[in-house]
Design a protein around this ligand. Structure first.
Ligand code: SAH
Ligand code: SF4
Ligand code: F3S
Length: 439
């Protein structure tokens, strides 16, 4: 075959979110489908693909420092170097100009074309960052999963929300929904192959609408949960403005849907939320969190927060802290605002000084730490179901996993339970994890 890459070895390095992790499984699947084999690292690869994230300045800097390392490696031996993902889509040919040792640039909608691109890139540098207006199905047959127990299943891609700070609508394009039969086929296949957890993916999953039938996200949850096997179903990311009561009801009637929800807040100040173009205010968020907790007893919430958005005052920041105290999230991802190209906020002065952003971030994380200690300690003495993800980073016969509420749990086990459910008796807790032993 023309596209044959047989005899070549590839290595994929991933930065960014779960969508990128799943895309890397597609990249690996497409390259393997063309006959290439996996390399252990860039040192023994003929093709290196770096799958990139553009969401913050820091994400992009990480890419450039990694590329620097690879260019050093390239001086010693030849391989083809490709940049994929969100930075590729946003920076396009500029990447080749600024980093001439890069051989090809490929956007998130073009991974099916990788074998041909790799062959072309061997002759001359290549750039492919086209958008399809419709869903482009990569398919489970071209997916090489990182593990067998948890399966990512994309349901939509892109975003129409244009939050003032966010580059994602430019790196992932407008919303596109995956046809329902393709989703269900992938869920069935993953469950049939023994996946215990299904994670539905998209930048804004709550706005899902089957292109054929118009079925929405709540209906999708019902159908995914009706597939036999796979005990846990999760989804990410939700948007508070699209999180209708119908989704709470669908979660409530489907016990397979984990009692855990990532619901990005960004700020607890209505004034800042308005300037961010988030489409809800402080009161809306609090009311929604209240309805979710009432409808789904025991649910744990997590969130994203940005500190130092342009114009954020001390009072705005205090409003965010107050909301954290009230909602008591089990986990937060917090970031210092950084201006991103193409976004609306990049046109207004980045006027919160770096020192102030740093101080607010530390204060926020300290506050959250105390909340998490209290919340995790309330689990001591309980038996919790844990999906074991492998040996704990600390080693020594300890294993790690995640609870239904998405807390990290470390535990001792006599034999290796990786990829299985275990019941853990919680003996102690810290701000970022529970620990115990098999009950
Ligand atoms: N679709 C998701 C994920 C967006 S990116 C959502 O709507 O939440 C993940 C997080 O990165 C965002 O929730 C936000 O908190 C953060 N983020 C996005 N742009 C940023 C920027 N310019 N500066 C700092 N943090 C940013
Ligand atoms: Fe970015 Fe907002 Fe879309 Fe999330 S909802 S991806 S933060 S524009
Ligand atoms: Fe980053 Fe793109 Fe995901 S910008 S957060 S990798 S959608």
């Amino acid at each position: 075959m023309n596209d044959s890459l047989s005899g070549l070895k590839f290595f994929v390095r991933t930065f960014g979110c779960q969508m990128n992790e799943n895309d890397s499984e597609h990249i690996a699947g497409v390259l393997a489908g063309a006959g290439a084999g996996r390399a252990d690292g860039p040192e023994d690869a003929d093709i290196v693909v770096v799958n990139t994230c553009a969401v913050r300045e820091k994400s992009e800097e990480k890419l450039y420092s990694y590329l620097g390392r690879l260019s050093g490696l390239k001086r010693k031996r030849h391989f083809l170097l490709g940049v994929a993902g969100c930075v590729a889509q946003v920076r396009k040919a500029e990447l080749l100009k600024k980093r001439p040792f890069v051989d090809f640039v490929v956007g998130p909608d073009n991974y099916l074309d990788l074998p041909a691109m790799v062959r072309n890139a061997a002759e001359a540098p290549a750039v492919l960052t086209d958008w399809g207006r419709d869903w482009r199905e990569v398919g489970p047959e071209a997916t090489v999963r990182e593990n067998g127990w948890s399966a990512f299943v994309p349901v939509m891609e892109g975003c129409d929300n244009f939050c003032a700070y966010c580059i994602v609508p430019f790196s992932r394009g407008r919303e596109k929904f995956r046809p329902l039969p393709n989703i269900l086929e992938e869920v069935r296949r993953a469950a049939g192959e023994g996946a215990l957890e299904i994670q539905l993916l998209g930048q804004n999953v709550n706005s899902y609408k089957d292109p054929e039938s118009g079925l929405g996200f709540a209906g999708l949850l019902d159908l995914v949960c009706a597939v036999p096997g796979a005990a846990w179903v999760r989804f990410i990311t939700s948007h508070p403005k699209n999180f209708g009561d119908g989704i709470i009801e669908a979660m409530a009637r489907n016990p397979k849907v984990c009692r855990s929800l990532h619901l990005p807040l960004q700020s607890g100040s209505s004034r800042v939320l308005e300037r961010m173009n988030r489409g809800y205010n402080r009161e809306d968020y609090l009311a929604l969190a209240g309805r979710i907790k009432a409808g789904l007893p025991g649910i744990l919430l997590s969130t994203d927060v940005i500190v130092g958005f342009p114009g954020e005052t001390e009072e705005d920041f205090e409003a965010t802290c107050g909301l954290l105290r009230e909602v008591r999230f089990a986990n937060i991802f917090s970031f210092r605002y950084s201006p991103r190209p193409l976004t609306e906020a990049a046109r207004i002065p980045d006027d919160v000084p770096l020192e102030v952003k740093r101080r607010r971030l530390i204060a926020l994380q300290q506050l959250q730490r105390t909340i998490q200690i209290e919340l995790n300690e309330s689990f001591v003495g309980r038996d919790v179901r844990v999906l074991c993800t492998g040996p704990s980073v600390k080693g020594g016969g300890r294993y790690a996993g995640r609870t239904e509420g998405n807390q990290v749990a470390n535990f001792d086990a006599a034999s290796d339970p990786t990829g299985q459910f275990v019941t853990v008796r919680v003996k102690g807790a810290g701000p970022y994890s529970l620990h115990g032993e098999i009950a």
